[in-house]
Write a protein that binds this ligand. Sequence first.
Ligand code: NDP
Length: 294
Amino acid sequence: MSRSLIAYLLLTNRNAHAKIVSRRLSTVDKKQIIQSLIRGAVSDFSLEGKIAIITGGSRGIGRSIALGYANAGADVVIVSRTQEDVERVAEEAEAFGARSLGLPVDVTNSTSVRQMTEKILDTFGRIDVLVNNAGISPVYTNVLKVKEEDWDRIIDVNLKAPFLCCQAVGRAMVEQNEGKVINIASVGATTGLPKFIAYCASKGGLVQITRVLASEWATNNIQVNAIAPGYVETDMTSGLDETPWLKEDIIQRTPMERLAQPDEVVGAAIFLASQASSYITGHILYVDGGWSAA
Ligand code: NDP
């Protein structure tokens, strides 16, 4: 009988045979078996040997996810438009013993996204995890004042770019019959936040991309999920310091009565990239201090 089966039977006390085995084992043996079972479960969260791309990985939530992945054993590719920023985070990731690559790419450009994918495949040979995190929220204004060019810019970065990345990287994942895609959505995907029309529309669309691809790639062993953060303290939300009444409003609306730190999104991102989430696809995981529950 394998150690894990013995441990399972010991824990659940399921059958007569387990009871006999259990009587024969010393307490120390039982402890060791159960500890090895727990170690096995924890190792399901490891990203050892995985190759992960994080778009918008140069700062904020993306940087935290990139460094969290490196710490969990993955090799990481950091993508954003600014060369020195991606190189800096790639260097930080190497401190965890990870191989890393910083690529300056505008993810709204389909040619650049295709070239990015080829470069990563040439360097690492495969891509296991794609985190579509790059995003913008430059406009906070009444729908009647939203400019067409602002609408287009937000939709391009937050909705078209994840589609382009999924298409380019997904091709490789389908070929290797394995992969994980994690789309960083927002509570604005399912809540109508006033004065955020383009942002909410883009994130709602991203949730639908998540569901369509989860269904389409379910039999290709590719799991596609989304994380929907509440408000997180990053450059994107730094403008809230100039509108303290709005920040206070958000805090009051959040059951945990505070904004999140970028590192608080990392656990969910590791879970969804790891073997521990092997039967989860098409799911929206809220990391929102209770926002969506209230
Ligand atoms: P930041 O503004 O801190 O970082 C955004 C990142 O995206 C940067 O690395 C930026 O780098 C990159 N980026 C922007 N445009 C492009 C582009 N065209 N091509 C490649 N990279 C690009 O944002 P956050 O960390 O706050 O947000 C990350 C994600 O989380 C976004 O999708 C956001 O919508 C989402 N989110 C954020 C919340 C928050 O409260 N902060 C709440 C809910 C969701 P560069 O400008 O150099 O290209």
